[in-house]
Design a protein around this ligand. Sequence first.
Ligand SMILES: Cc1ncc(COP(=O)(O)O)c(C=O)c1O
Length: 444
Amino acid sequence: MKIDVNRRTFMGAVTAGSAALFSRRAAGDETSAPAMLGGTAVRREPFPTWPVADTRETEALARVVRSGHWFRGSGEEVNRFEAEYGKLTGARHCLATANGTSALITALQAIGVGPGDEVIVPPYTFIATVNVVLLAHALPVFVDTDVETLQIDARKIEAAITERTRAIVPVHLGGAAADLDTILASARARNIPVVEDACQAHLGEWKGRKVGTYGRAGCFSFQASKNLNAGEGGAVLSDDGELIEACYAFHNNSRGRKTSGYDFSYRSAGANLRLTEFQAAVLMAQMTRLEAQARAREENAAYLTRLLKDVPGITTARMYEGCTRNAYHLYMFRYDAGQFAGLPRAAFLKALAAEGVPASGGYAPLNKEPFLEATLTGRGYRAIYSAAQIAELEERNRCPKNDRLCDEAVWLTQNMLLGSRGDMDQIAEAIRKIQRHAHRLATA
Ligand SMILES: Cc1ncc(COP(=O)(O)O)c(C=O)c1O
């Protein structure tokens, strides 16, 4: 077994006069206790922090402050960002929005999702994917998860389609592509628009083309945790000029692109979901690092996957063959407690954090959220749908594979992939160390 040793670790060990101890630790000393039980943590330094910023961001913000043009109606920053992000993704059109949720709301509204409609969604995603369906008073139809990839099981979409299906919203979870070939084939056969939720998948690719450009629309988030970040922000991509104009009007309180300041004629119902000039300027600065950061994440993730292949009970998320680039917003794997002396996942996560590797257990099953049941049986929905319709939906919405996955998944966040190979060695070593001491940890 080999772990990377940085200079600080080396000098610390030598100055303490403990070269022998050092070499035992570097070799994965079997006697070193888990940090949870008083041993020395595998890692003490923090992982790279997020966001990354320098004078590019401060100068961009100062430029907007000085310009006096702070909203998209008077400035050029949002227009410039839309042109750049469109170019980067290869989409014909890009509309910036206030955040990823508003990008999804805008796309669904422009497509015409509303009361009486069904929208196919995964149960393993951030709540926004489902909230936007509920805000349209449509029914979320959950399609179970492919546990090997942690993506929506595209093979099950066709069976979930009915004459009421108005849209399919696959999520490219964690930055890896959902199975777009199968999704698009199912959608085309029934002429149903696909709205890709690519909120976690900046620069992710399917068969060499950026995700978010395959569906009728693709939605992105630039919220603080995302790989492209302005604190908040979002975008809708589409090759359909008419759809993007409908999106523009919706996100601009019913006013089309050519509506001038004092022209109070309206195109549709809408809201104010505009990005500010400040956010666009920060996004332009952040984009200067995006490709290099994406490459670092990919290289570290590939290396970590090689290390974890040899750890029984750790199964890293498989990528579909068509996924030619994973954006690695999350690094995801499944944890089998059976290979760790029955140590429950929650205890594994605690032990991992104690070794200096923070990790999360990820999402809970969205289809089982109590608030969802309350919404579907509440006053608004009762006015639209019969009790029998809702009961039938709840029956269809069972996702047993996803239920199990939610007990087994483990995530590392994208910033942890921005460091060195030595960081990856330490992540793998922390997991192996917990496995070596799993029995003691399980019975402690
Ligand atoms: C899959 C997914 N969809 C939608 C969103 C919503 O984006 P935002 O937080 O920018 O509104 C997020 C953000 O976390 C997300 O991860």
